[in-house]
Design a protein around this ligand. Structure first.
Ligand code: TXA
Ligand code: MG
Length: 350
């Protein structure tokens, strides 16, 4: 398949470009589009065959359901079985934005999209190109992150091109994504509402709206035999670069000292090692390959750059990466969830 990359940063003739892409979606094709979280790999959510093509392009396990994207609340009547009080409150507070709501699905949504569940994840993105595409398509769009299954999610068009060239019809280049981590997933069918995946809408923000918010067990620990996460996707290896990642957790000074020792060990063994550091610590590691992922003072910068940084280590053929853990509150909960998963939960506490 020949993939067309369309520049949507330059807004000249943007509506014509998106009308084309909308038509491709209606005809069953695959269109990658930017959102404020990460790039999505979209197909018509009401078309079972088109949705199945998403799984093929990504190499995604078929038991992992897709999120359906909409541009207006009216579209919900087509895909859900009504809006309960929890869902209503959440959308009023956070849509459009990085929040996916798990709701009871209507029979119009094919099993391929929901992996046979009786619920559907729905989200209204906050990104001009995504909204314009949704309007041009006129149908709800099912879209997982546009990466090869298991790899870090794409936050720039170049990441998508690397993973999806030749596998999709169109890639819309909207520049780098703002949030950089996937949406928060909130199950609105449980009381209290439950966070199944932390993201840009934080636990603290949700607690500002709901008296009680639960966290799905094991968001920060490795899924084990008995434990079954409610978002099927959370059980899979995720966000993993080719490099072998280890998270180092503890007081910042101790973390730096520990990583320096581990770097020395690697260099003695002839292993090419790197550090996922922060603005505050990047100066401490000497001649090694260091990426500052952002500032501890301003963790949204870390969220924005995390996946790009993980991909960068692979580009430089780094074999082993030591990643500094950061504070676990606010957006930090989502950052650490992704970082721990990228490391396959290999965590050294110091
Ligand atoms: O920010 C995002 O959410 C991005 C952009 C493109 O919108 N999309 C995204 O999709 O991250 P994906 O497929 O990479 O992750 C979807 C997650 C998976 O863990 C999946 O298991 C969960 O959502 N999910 C989808 N539908 C669900 C449902 N009905 N019940 C529970 N979990 C669900
Ligand atoms: Mg994904």
């Amino acid at each position: 398949m020949k993939t067309r990359v369309i520049d949507c940063i330059d807004k000249t003739n943007i509506l014509d470009k998106l009308n084309d892409a909308g038509k491709i979606l209606r005809e069953g094709g695959l269109v990658v589009f930017p959102t404020e979280t990460v790039y999505g790999l979209g197909a018509n959510a009401l078309d079972s065959e088109a949705s199945k093509a998403i799984f093929a392009a990504k190499g995604r396990p078929v038991d992992n359901p897709l999120i359906v994207h909409i541009y207006s609340i009216e579209q919900l009547s087509e895909i859900t079985n009504g809006i309960n009080t929890i869902a209503r409150k959440a959308m009023e507070a956070f849509w459009p934005g990085p929040l996916t709501l798990i709701m009871e699905k209507s029979q119009n949504v094919p099993d391929a999209v929901t992996a046979g569940l009786n619920t559907v994840g729905v989200r209204m993105p906050k990104n001009d190109v995504a909204i314009a595409l949704l309007k041009a398509a006129g149908v709800p769009i099912a879209a997982p992150s546009a990466n090869t299954s298991g790899k870090p999610s794409p936050t720039k068009a170049e990441h998508v091109i690397f993973d999806m060239d030749g596998k999709v019809d169109v890639i819309l280049d909207g520049g780098p994504c703002d949030v950089g981590l996937e949406s928060t997933i909130l199950d609105t069918t449980s009381t209290p509402p439950t966070i199944l995946r932390p993201g840009g809408v934080t636990l603290e923000m949700l607690r500002g709206v709901f008296r009680d918010v639960a966290l799905d067990k094991g968001l920060l620990k490795k899924p084990d035999g008995d434990f079954k996460p409610k978002a099927p996707g959370m059980k899979y290896t995720h966000y993993s670069p080719d490099a072998d990642v280890t998270v180092v957790e503890g007081r910042t000074e101790d973390v730096v000292e520990h990583i320096k020792e581990r770097l020395l060990e690697c260099s003695n063994k002839g292993i090419k090692a790197g550090v996922l550091a922060t603005d505050e610590t990047k100066g401490f590691y000497g001649e090694n390959f260091i990426i500052s992922v952002g500032s501890r003072e301003n963790p949204i910068t870390i969220a924005e750059n995390l996946f790009d940084s993980l991909r960068e280590f692979d580009k430089q053929s780094i074999q082993v990466v030591f990643a500094e853990a950061v504070a676990n509150n606010g957006i930090g909960l989502a950052i650490m969830n992704r970082m721990n998963k990228a490391a396959g939960f290999k965590i050294e506490k110091v």
